[in-house]
Design a binder for this molecule. Structure first.
Ligand SMILES: Nc1ncnc2c1ncn2[C@@H]1O[C@H](COP(=O)(O)OP(=O)(O)OP(=O)(O)O)[C@@H](O)[C@H]1O
Length: 469
């Protein structure tokens, strides 16, 4: 099933292509009248979807001729000039349907499907083909805004700052920009700045020379150099220590890096995409994030919507993860309509990651082929809740849940588990002392400076526990 899509706005073209490919169509895209005519002369298409204003002229003018040559091929016209005039001109050409922009992408996909069927074309099995090229699932309005931003940065090297709660897909956006962009032949290197101990971060990013410090037994090439010619993804940038921030800024300004203990400046050609789930502006005000670095990174911000603000996407995501789970050897299941409805009503505080983990668990545990609301209900009851919601039955349970819910890097489980435990522990004790750190340190039996250092590293604000009269 083939669709010829004639659209000169790349961002819209990508969204439509993804939606139609998910429906099982193969899509050929071009942006001009001349190219359209050449493609029509060369190959057969089941449906023509065309914009009105194209790079080299009016997309409607030639349609009567096309209708004559290809009477069985339905034509769907899209237009941003939502005037009565274009609507009338489109319909006069015998267009199957006319869509004023902005339009509902699902409705367009449905109409193309109807048009294809009306012309007697055979459909391949739809949903089973994952959308090639666009790894992100979801067609809600907030995601379309994200796609639009992505398309704006594909052909340039502007620095992108992806913002949003944990688990909203920030890393996936970075990967999409790399894969779909003009650097796709180069490497994609991701660094989670929060997961690297502060004293190693500079060596991780910039590399080190042999003997630069105790333990530097060989020269180490840092992530910047590893990403040369490609994209460097700096995740959790809000957790980067100040000193590393300064070096990062210098590297971004100069386009060069100096290995720790080295003398030479090494030229690097990398595109930077940074991400954070923190609100950087208050951190700038508090002096924990460099303002000049923030402006360097925040050239093109992409704000990821939390899942609860795009409940429309939950069903598609759930089906997507069921497919992925089956592809990874878990039992294959279908999701019932009432199951999808139930999932769409959940808050998913951990966003897409929580939904993904939940669906994998459901795929593993569900007994029937169809996962319905009743099955999901049972699983949701035993769903781990986040730490803010009531205390777990015992510590063993918490550890089991924590291990099931997080995927710390190999070799980091101990540190990350301690940090995960320390955060609620310090918060609770500080709450009990009304934010008094000296008293909290006494209760904990640790040095006051140690407490101060740890709560700063864990980004706990002791003032937020101060008692107000
Ligand atoms: N739109 C999406 N379509 C398909 N999968 C998604 C989507 N968004 C997120 N995911 C999946 O959800 C999980 C979490 O996504 P990701 O790691 O990109 O989130 P994040 O915002 O970078 O999280 P964190 O801030 O914790 O690093 C991943 O398994 C990712 O593949």
């Amino acid at each position: 099933m083939s669709v010829l899509l004639v659209e000169d706005d790349m961002s819209i073209a990508i969204v439509i292509t993804a939606a139609l490919e998910a429906e099982g169509f193969s899509v050929t895209h071009c942006d001009s009248v001349a190219m359209r005519d050449r493609l029509l002369a060369d190959s057969a298409f089941s449906v023509l979807v065309t914009d009105v204003m194209l790079t080299d002229g009016d997309g409607i003018a030639g349609l009567p001729g096309i209708r004559e040559s290809f009477p069985k091929m339905p034509i769907i016209v899209l237009s941003a000039q939502n005037t009565l005039d274009t609507a009338v001109r489109a319909t006069d050409t015998g267009a199957f349907e006319y869509f004023p922009k902005p339009f509902d992408i699902d409705e367009l996909a449905r109409t193309v499907r109807q048009a294809a069927m009306s012309s007697g074309a055979e459909m391949s099995d739809a949903q089973d083909t994952p959308t090639p090229g666009l790894p992100l699932v979801g067609r809600s309005a907030p995601m379309q805004a994200v796609y639009r931003m992505i398309t704006r940065v594909l052909r340039n090297d502007l620095t992108v700052l992806v913002l949003g709660e944990s688990g909203t897909g920030k890393e996936l956006v970075a990967e999409a920009i790399h894969q779909l962009g003009h650097r796709s032949a180069g490497p994609f290197v991701a660094v989670n700045t929060a997961a690297i101990p502060a004293e190693l971060i500079e060596s991780e990013l910039f590399g080190h020379e042999k003997g630069a410090f105790t333990g530097a037994v060989a020269r180490h090439i840092g992530k910047f150099e590893q990403a040369n010619g490609g994209t460097l993804f700096l995740d959790e940038i809000g957790d980067m220590p100040m000193q590393a921030q300064t070096r990062l800024l210098r590297a971004l300004q100069s386009g060069t890096v100096r290995r720790v203990g080295g003398r030479d400046e090494v030229k690097v050609d990398v595109r930077i995409i940074a991400a954070t789930n923190k609100d950087l502006e208050p951190m700038i005000a508090a002096g924990t994030f460099r303002e000049d670095l923030y402006y360097r990174l925040n050239v093109v911000p992409i704000q990821m919507p939390p899942l609860r603000e795009r409940a429309d996407d939950i069903e598609a995501l759930a089906r997507h993860f069921l497919q992925l789970a089956a592809g990874e050897g878990l039992p294959r299941h279908q999701l019932s309509a009432d199951g999808a409805e139930l999932l769409s009503r959940q808050p998913w505080r951990g966003n897409v990651r929580e939904l993904r983990n939940f669906i994998y668990r459901a795929a593993l545990l569900a007994r029937d082929d169809i996962i319905d609301a009743a099955t999901l209900d049972t699983l949701l009851v035993s769903q781990p809740r986040d730490a803010t919601e009531g205390s777990p039955a015992n510590l063993d349970d918490s550890v089991i849940r924590w291990l099931a819910d997080t995927a710390p890097g190999a070799g980091q489980v101990y540190d990350e588990a301690l940090a995960a435990f320390e955060r609620p522990l310090f918060s609770q004790v500080l709450r009990s002392t009304g934010g008094n750190q000296l008293r909290a340190a006494q209760i904990l039996g640790i040095n006051r400076n140690t407490l101060r250092k740890r709560i700063s590293e864990l980004d706990i604000d002791p003032d937020s526990f101060a008692r107000r009269n």
